[in-house]
Design a protein around this ligand. Sequence first.
Ligand SMILES: [Zn+2]
Length: 147
Amino acid sequence: MPYKEVSLATKMDVVKDCFSGEKVTHIAQKYNVSRESVYTWKDAALEAMENALQSYQTNQANLLKNKLKNMEEKYQKLSDDYKRLTQKTQLSVSSTQSNEIRPTRCPDCSGNHIIKNGSYETQKGINQRFRCRDCNKRIFIVKKNSN
Ligand SMILES: [Zn+2]
């Protein structure tokens, strides 16, 4: 049998006929090629299909993994934002109860023996005043969010 160049289009048709269930003998006659060629192209096509589907599957899995990672990062960020907001809220709540705020260190001498030293009235209510037992200086609480 003389060597005959078979076009890619013809090989595709041969493979399609194989997959549609036509008999190999019939296909070989129809396209005037050997039965061995039909089997070879069919096997090659099957292998290529398997590779294509395999990498498609891997790509899909990677896409899902990336999606999941993004969602986890978004969740983490939201969770952090929520924590920060909660802390802010708690701070602002406690700042309205100025009597409950007690300085831990003296701003002058850094001593930590702070005692209560009466209270004084402001437009916003009654504030507790403190005194440092180390240097005997008065300590006032100044609200940050006075406005
Ligand atoms: Zn002091």
